[in-house]
Design a protein around this ligand. Structure first.
Ligand code: SF4
Length: 367
């Protein structure tokens, strides 16, 4: 896999991407790819129904998503806490803002191409936030009080950078309205970063927030949500992933690359086409990072996933998920239960949950 970081300008300047379909000139780009592909694989799933689709797949064997696989690689005990114990986590302001920005960018492409302007995107921020809170009222809890443990270091840095007004924690505790305004303002600032690297008026995505899945060797289900899939008139695939996090890039870039290879493998196996480009859009830094995978690399990656799944199943049988401390412990919600921090994990659940729950936000969590 080759990587190319492109600071700044337009996506269309990045080789070797085939010309991006012009809005209006190729309105049915998605259909060109879907024809002949496996019916369930890669088919667009609306964000609202995707949760059900993600949890209702009738595959009884092991399954992996990019986020769960990355959890196990990062720290087996973290994987256990999230996937087996299913411990609740209070999302950080940074994660919630990421969810909001993803929602806005998805809705932006519902507009006619010519109307996809920065002003239109900014106007979508408040209604998108209202829709998210209506669906999940707990999201608003991040503004309930000044509570530093809920606001991870990355979030605080991102607030300061994005708003230029200092972090949310500096806003008086009683002023929830001001905290919300600062939060929405920082989301709008990230959208400005998006417009610095792409012109959505020139794009007509084939799919957005789409659940894709396949089975490997008939034994392992792999699936995940891609933020966006572009298909050129020639049939070339470009997977696009928005990165909104304020965390240090080097801490998460490996996870992002792993995530993109995961999507590339699923698309290759289901559509018979190796994606031409895997694209990371870093909105905070207004940068584009492109990767061009090849089939041999994806074959190796597939073997890596099988080995990873076998390691997870072995750990389940032996009920042995060990902590693996790293700098990412600073973002872990479960330090109080972690032996590395003097804690004790809860008893291993007698009934292992079947499969994994999967939401678009899970994959967005990867940086
Ligand atoms: S604190 Fe660190 S070592 Fe402990 S579970 Fe979390 S990520 Fe793993």
């Amino acid at each position: 896999m080759t990587a190319q970081t492109v600071p700044g300008p337009q996506a269309s300047t990045v080789p070797p991407v085939s010309p991006t379909p012009q809005a209006g000139s190729a309105p049915e780009t998605g259909s060109a790819v879907e024809a002949g592909s496996a019916p369930e694989a890669g088919s667009a799933v609306e964000a609202g129904s995707a949760l059900e689709a993600g949890s209702a797949l009738p595959f009884a064997g092991p399954s992996l998503s990019p986020s769960r696989a990355a959890d196990f690689k990062t720290c087996p005990l973290l994987f256990r806490f999230r996937t087996i114990d299913k411990l609740q986590e209070q999302p950080s302001a940074d994660q919630v803002r990421g969810t909001l920005v993803h929602a806005v960018l998805e809705r932006l492409f519902d507009l006619p191409a010519a109307e996809r302007t920065p002003t239109a995107a900014a106007a979508l921020v408040e209604p998108s936030w209202a829709a998210l809170v209506e669906a999940e009222p707990g999201l608003a809890d991040i503004f309930a009080a000044v509570d530093p443990p809920r606001l991870d270091p990355a979030a605080l840095l991102a607030e300061a950078d994005a708003t230029g007004q200092g972090a949310l924690v500096d806003v008086p505790a009683a002023d929830e309205t001001a905290r919300l305004a600062a939060f929405l303002g920082s989301a709008t600032a990230l959208l400005d970063g998006y417009f610095a690297v792409e012109d959505p008026r020139r794009l007509e995505p084939a799919e957005r927030e789409a659940l894709i899945s396949t089975t490997v060797d008939d034994t392992l289900l792999i699936r995940g949500y891609i933020d966006r899939l572009d298909v050129s008139p020639a049939g070339d695939l470009r997977v696009v992933d928005y990165k909104t996090g304020g965390a240090p890039r080097e801490a998460f870039e490996g996870r992002a690359l792993f995530q993109l290879k995961f999507y590339a493998l699923v698309l290759w196996r289901t559509r018979g086409v190796v994606p031409r480009v895997l694209r990371l859009l870093y909105l905070k830094d207004a940068e584009v990072c492109d990767y061009s995978p090849d089939a041999e690399e994806l074959e190796r990656f597939e073997r890596t996933l099988v080995a990873l799944s076998e390691a997870i199943e072995r750990a389940k049988r032996e009920q042995d998920f060990r902590p693996k401390p790293s700098r990412l412990c600073g973002w872990c919600s479960h330090q109080a239960l972690c032996p590395e921090f003097g804690g004790t994990p809860p008893p291993f659940p007698p009934d292992e949950p079947v499969g994994i729950d999967l939401t678009p936000a899970d994959d967005d969590r990867l940086g």
